[in-house]
Design a protein around this ligand. Structure first.
Ligand code: AVW
Length: 241
């Protein structure tokens, strides 16, 4: 009886966390666009429910990506790699750039974990594979969403890289392995790199990966300058660096 009760308790808890996840998804969705959120949820969860959580390919999210609209803000789009905190700190204080996390796609799923299970249509938020473990639903989603964001990129785009690590343009990062390759010369004019050291050798690799016709530019900006400018309400976006 004890084991049965424990089993029931656990499945109840998991069902509840799944419901919390769905409520979070729907309320974030409604805040953002206010319509078709049930349709968006259906398209989203079909990617991973009733599936081995280690076998969710990137294209499982295609129907979800098609169901939602990504509204790119040309000349304001910002990519980042190993700089999430600095970028989002800056962005929260000063509304200068649009990151993936500021779009519908990114904001609905930001900071969440989810997965499914073979033989169940529930969403689980615990016991899910880690980021690097296998083809898991969370990493596949961010790979797919990042591809969509970069596909839509237009005008002059910016990327903030981390100058305090040896390889700021890290080949295994989403920025290097997915986003850079998706930038189109028919839509993107210039890629502006913001980094403390533009002489870093890994940037050579970035330049070779950029499609012909997209201009490359790098600006050396100390992190303290980014932080100070973020806090300075008087300074316009274009005056930070
Ligand atoms: P990142 P990316 N374990 O800073 O260029 C757990 O390397 O890849 O930047 N979580 C991880 C791991 C890991 N080993 N690796 C990455 N993550 C998660 C979307 C973690 O949440 C935007 F458009 C970390 O903060 C950017 O331009 C995040 O992935 C671009 O993709 C980013 O890792 C940033 O991807």
């Amino acid at each position: 009886i004890c084991i049965l009760a424990l089993g029931l308790g656990l499945s109840q808890r998991q069902a509840n966390t799944g419901n919390d996840f769905k409520s979070t998804f729907l309320s974030r969705c409604q805040q953002f666009q206010g319509s078709n959120c049930q349709r968006a949820w259906d398209a989203f969860q079909q990617a991973y429910v009733n599936r081995d959580p280690c076998n969710v390919p990137v294209d499982a999210y295609d129907p979800f990506i098609t169901a939602v609209t990504l509204k790119p803000q040309c000349n304001r789009m910002m990519f980042w790699s190993k700089t999430k905190e600095v970028v989002h700190d800056f962005n929260e204080k000063k509304n200068c750039f649009q990151t993936l996390e500021d779009t519908f796609l990114g904001s609905v799923l930001d900071k969440l974990t989810w997965c499914g299970k073979d033989g169940s249509f529930e969403t689980f938020t615990t016991g899910c594979p880690a980021w690097n473990e296998c083809d898991n639903p969370v990493r596949s989603f961010w790979q797919r969403a990042s591809a969509a964001f970069a596909d839509a990129a237009c005008g002059n785009v910016t990327v903030m890289l981390n100058g305090s690590i040896a390889t700021p343009f890290d080949p295994s990062s989403i920025f290097a392995s997915i986003e850079v390759n998706k930038l189109k010369s028919t839509q993107v004019n210039t890629l502006n790199v913001v980094l403390t050291n533009c002489a870093n050798p890994s940037l050579q690799e970035l330049k070779t990966k950029l499609a012909e016709g997209i201009n490359y530019n790098c600006k050396e900006v100390p992190v303290t300058q980014i932080q100070e400018c973020g806090s300075d309400q008087e300074k316009a976006c274009g005056a930070c660096w």
